[in-house]
Design a protein around this ligand. Sequence first.
Ligand SMILES: Cc1ncc(C[n+]2csc(CCOP(=O)(O)OP(=O)(O)O)c2C)c(N)n1
Ligand SMILES: [Mg+2]
Length: 532
Amino acid sequence: MKVVEYLLATLEKNGVECIFGNPGTTEIPLVKACERLRSIRYIVALSEVAAVPMTDGYARAKRTLGVVNLHVAPGLGNGMGALYTAGIAGTPLLVIVGGQDRRFLHTQPILWGPVEQMARSVCKRVYSLTSRYDAAANVRSALRSALTPPYSPVALICPPDLLEQDIHAEAVEVHAPALPGLDEKTAAEFARFLAAAKKPAIIAAEDVHWNDAARALDKLADALHAPVYAAPYTGVLPISARSSWYAGYLPPSMKQISERLEERDALLFVGGRGFRTTLYSDATLHQRKAWIGNDSAVQSESEFELACIASLSPALSAIAERLSPRGAASAAASARAHIDLPAAKAGALHPTRAIAALLERFKDAIWFDESGLSTSDVRQWMTLQAGEYVINGSGGIGWGLAGSIGGAIARPDRQVVAAIGDGSALYASEALWTGGHCNTNVLLIVLANRRYATLNEAAGRLAGGALESFTIEPPVLDFSGLAKLYGWRYAAAATEDELNAVLRDGSALSGNTVLELKLDPALKPVTASRHF
Ligand SMILES: Cc1ncc(C[n+]2csc(CCOP(=O)(O)OP(=O)(O)O)c2C)c(N)n1
Ligand SMILES: [Mg+2]
């Protein structure tokens, strides 16, 4: 068989159903083989800035490997911002990069570039197919590496002339090394650490999602009577927001984190590699700390008393089993602080009330959130399930819209909602084409405040006030035009009555729909100022 057939057969054998990509001439062997063999679907995105987050959203929503194909140096370059994001969120991605035909590579042909060097900066490993003799082994090694925790993108560079060569090899299932649970002694040490605390708290991050450990985490929280916070910028919700132990996302500054955790005497970090914070502060956490997760590159501003690399579901269960009951749950009520909704005002659309109404109407959907200043409101009022609230996680915006299309392709049985700021919606909006082409079921809520409001909020702190450059009008962005361009339905609301009318009319929101919320920038989301 040809090398390209071996590549596809190996992916198929390992459960891969589709490859996202934006192809070029170097991808013709791959695209042709996908069309001929029909075992793996090649899903076209209209740019790499759409293709990579789409693959990442697919992988996160399905908790599986994502495979993306990028076209030589400029294509890889376009995808690098989102590959960075996938690495931060710990998403397993196999990145098939089109190499150059090696027969004239020494002449530096068009689109030539240092692809290995570029890939190395955003991928944990880079493999190249260099000959008929190593091709099969390198395909398997790249795949095995992508499936080995801690997850991250892994590149496989595929010169097209080699893809067309014949080899003798059999496609097999690869066996990635798995992380163990905890041994008896270590589980007992963690249990002792927690039992000694009067008011412990748990801080959870992405590894919980990738290890399918949300339920075990909830049980441990229950045994401990400990609130579970999501670490700042956690890319996928690690515990159901319906759990009475879900305490919300930690804010993104150390000062606020230390205030939020002030009364806690021990912290168990479950997954992740440390806090991703934004604004500098020199606050520190005084509590005793322990960590269990997937990645040895974990960082902490002080040492952990205990730290262990483990698969989280068996590890958390083993710890919970060793804890004696703490009596009746005193915190039967939600660990999340209660905040009242602002009062309704005729003729106005308050962003907080709009988000709360949409969360209520779509409480069983999978949400992708890049709603800028409204993000903290979404987290305050959401009742979404573990794994079903997704953000970029890296702070790199322009991810959520395309991510939601990938999520909808991964879960055709589910309604997907994307809540996206008007600024964030315009980095990779061509992803809407793939959504239309694949008949996804996405409600794209655009929060149109005609501002980079988040930057104005930061400028209020750092520059003494809003800056003109962060107002993105005129011209006023007309999202009905974007919907029309890509064949999506369109609805809009500028008042609460109009929003309620749209929500009542089921047909207005069925199938791929852009819902533009025409917001008054003077009305701020109520939790936004608490967030920063
Ligand atoms: C890739 C990338 N480029 C730029 C930024 C800087 N940035 C942070 S927030 C923001 C504006 C977001 O605007 P919008 O989506 O309209 O939400 P809003 O702040 O108005 O609520 C920008 C440009 C970033 N975080 N990531
Ligand atoms: Mg905006």
